[in-house]
Design a protein around this ligand. Structure first.
Ligand code: HEC
Length: 152
């Protein structure tokens, strides 16, 4: 290489090489650090977040932050306060209110089998599984029993 083509080489290298060197760090800074974690957390299904320091119930407590331990069973009260309360505490859409003995009496009179059918399958504006799609049957049943027990 003579001097002139060496110069051309460097000009070429500088012009085309620069973006290769500079672009990756630039791209990396477009998304602030931590954002990916935050987005992932927000995309966790509602009610399944278990952050460090939270009491994530029974077997779940002490687990790493971020995911619900599949083996951690929610109590009826926990399912109620995460999913059912939104309607059953407020009475929205004519939901029978939690603890309202009169409102629940005719429903309880139908028998638990019918109530269970409607808890899993939905009834009118009562959504299927009370919106807790991740609940096991046991968890959902515990929530239903919790509601019924407090309305007797
Ligand atoms: C989006 C609101 C909403 C949520 C959330 C909700 N419910 Fe309901 N629920 C209703 C409404 C409204 C009714 C009354 C339906 C009707 O009689 O037409 C109802 C009725 C019921 C009944 C009585 C069914 C019957 O046969 O009379 C049970 C039991 C029940 N809900 C359990 C639950 C449980 C358990 C959860 C949580 C896992 C839950 N619901 C979450 C709105 C809700």
């Amino acid at each position: 290489m003579n001097g002139s083509s060496l110069l051309k080489f460097w000009v070429f290298a500088a012009v085309f090489g620069m973006p290769v060197l500079v672009t990756p760090p630039l791209l990396a800074t477009v998304v602030p650090p931590g954002t990916h974690d935050e987005i992932r957390d927000r995309m966790e299904p509602f009610g399944s977040l278990c952050r460090t320091g939270d009491d994530c119930s029974g077997a779940g407590s002490g687990q790493a932050a971020g995911a619900r331990n599949a083996s951690a069973t929610l109590t009826g009260e926990q399912v109620y306060s995460q999913f059912c309360f939104a309607c059953h505490t407020t009475g929205i859409s004519e939901s029978p209110i939690f603890g309202d003995v009169q409102a629940w009496a005719p429903r309880i009179a139908k028998g638990v089998d019918v109530l269970w059918e409607n808890t899993t399958g939905g009834l009118g504006l009562m959504p299927i599984r009370g919106t807790c799609m991740n609940c096991s049957d046991d968890e959902l049943r515990a929530a239903m029993d919790y509601i019924i027990d407090r309305a007797k």
